[in-house]
Design a binder for this molecule. Sequence first.
Ligand code: TYC
Length: 118
Amino acid sequence: MATQNPRKPPSPVAPPGVGSDDSVVLERRTQRIKPPQMFQVVLLNDDFTPMEFVVHVIQEFFSKDRETATQIMLKIHLEGKGICGVYTRDVASTKVDQVLQTARLAGHPLQCLSEPVE
Ligand code: TYC
């Protein structure tokens, strides 16, 4: 007589997410990943850097059209500082380095920094 493999009876317990009647159960989960901290890149006013140079920098490194770049430059000129863009930490840091290197090469004292967005 051939012996039969013992078969496991179907489990009455449904796997997580599936109800016992095969209906799908959506569980509410708390968000496990949060969006990254963002950093704003700020240009500071000074008395020496030409306005035209600042407009050029804002167009080149922050991808603004000429009109927007001019508005940002004038805001910085009048108010002392202005936000040129908001990026993740590394991108913001690279933008600051690029702006400072370009300004120094051109002989201008333009200051640029990045700070966390609250
Ligand atoms: N204040 C400068 C001038 O009158 C222009 C300027 C604007 C400089 C913005 C820096 O971030 C700056 N030539």
